[in-house]
Design a protein around this ligand. Structure first.
Ligand SMILES: [Zn+2]
Length: 158
């Protein structure tokens, strides 16, 4: 089993589906047990979803989206985004359920206390920095909300 973490680059390739299935399987297996890689994975998903301009550059993909919107079916990139959200959400929940975060934050206390960005409103979080696990869980809950909303809006119902 691979002991080292996967790089953000590797996760980017995973998210963009450029990897052979054996590698994907290994990475999926790993992300269910690794908070650090899960964070990287989530970052990559966000990078991917935060760049609609990349899609627009690709005329075919752009047309697909318009057609898909008109016809009411979801384009492939959308499905894969939801797929990745699903994996990340599941991995977060598994890690939470197994109490993994608790053990890990003791092991790597310094990393666990890492603050991604200074909060704008500068709340009392100076004393209690947002841990990676809290961050991941919050993000996951947001995603689950999104998925649920999209599902309600979406064409799965008759
Ligand atoms: Zn890892």
């Amino acid at each position: 089993m691979k002991v080292t973490h996967y790089s953000e680059q590797e996760w980017m390739q995973y998210v963009e589906d450029h990897l052979p299935s054996e590698v994907r399987d290994e990475m999926e297996d790993h992300v269910y047990r690794c908070e650090v890689c899960l964070a990287n994975y989530m970052t990559c998903i966000e990078i991917l979803t935060a760049q609609p301009t990349v899609e627009v550059k690709d005329t075919a993909a752009y047309m697909n989206r318009i057609v898909a919107r008109t016809v009411g079916t979801k384009p492939a990139w959308y499905r894969s985004t939801m797929f990745h959200y699903g994996i990340a959400a599941a991995a977060t929940l598994v890690l939470v359920a197994t109490g993994f975060f608790h053990g890990l934050s003791q092991e790597i206390g310094t990393y666990g206390a890492f603050k991604p960005a200074p909060p704008l409103e500068a709340p009392a979080s100076l004393e209690t920095p947002i841990s990676i696990s809290d961050h991941l869980v919050n993000k996951t809950l947001t995603w689950l909300d999104n998925i649920q909303n999209e599902h309600k809006k979406g064409g799965l119902e008759p």
